[in-house]
Design a protein around this ligand. Structure first.
Ligand code: FES
Length: 161
């Protein structure tokens, strides 16, 4: 496969990407599975991977991009060292998770889907994470913090800094 040099700054090599691609046939039905593996490996779907997948499966870039943006589990930007997700599902929302999300954005100066410039924090709004009994809930790198309050969020953020 042709190398895509200097298309991103994620520090990866195409060798790693090729290894993932070569475990699949060039059938476009493999798109979601390949995206899952790329997301898992890099933590997001880098631009050079989108190009390589598009070439490998012979499908337009727009289609690859469309699938990535359709599914919330795929992201186009690298996540921070600490990825914080606030559940905005119904049970959490009625118990005040909106205020937690507001505080998070105010404190870190970023919006859902963004990462701080130093790469330390990224935030995301999620749907129900299956812990409604603990509502409102937020997670840090997948670890659940239940019965959350703005004060609790501040404490957790301070402990991560
Ligand atoms: S609605 Fe938040 S965990 Fe279910």
């Amino acid at each position: 496969m042709e190398e895509n040099k200097n298309v991103c700054n994620c520090g990866c090599t195409n060798e790693e990407l090729n290894k993932i691609l070569n475990t699949y046939t060039q059938n476009k039905d493999n798109l979601i599975q390949i995206l899952n593996e790329v997301q898992e490996y890099y933590g997001y779907i880098p631009k050079h991977a989108q190009i390589a997948i598009s070439e490998y499966l012979s499908i337009p870039m727009a289609e690859v991009y469309g699938v990535i943006t359709f599914y919330s589990r795929f992201t186009l930007k690298p996540k921070g060292k600490y990825h914080i997700a606030v559940c905005l599902g119904t049970a959490c929302y009625v118990k005040g998770s909106g205020k937690i999300m507001d505080r998070l954005q105010e404190k870190l100066g970023i919006k859902p889907g963004e990462t701080t410039k130093d790469g330390k924090f990224s935030i995301e709004a999620t749907r129900c994470v299956g812990a409604c009994g603990l509502a409102p809930v937020f997670t840090v790198n997948g670890e659940v913090y239940g019965k959350a309050t703005v004060q609790k969020l501040d404490q957790v953020l301070d402990s991560l800094e």
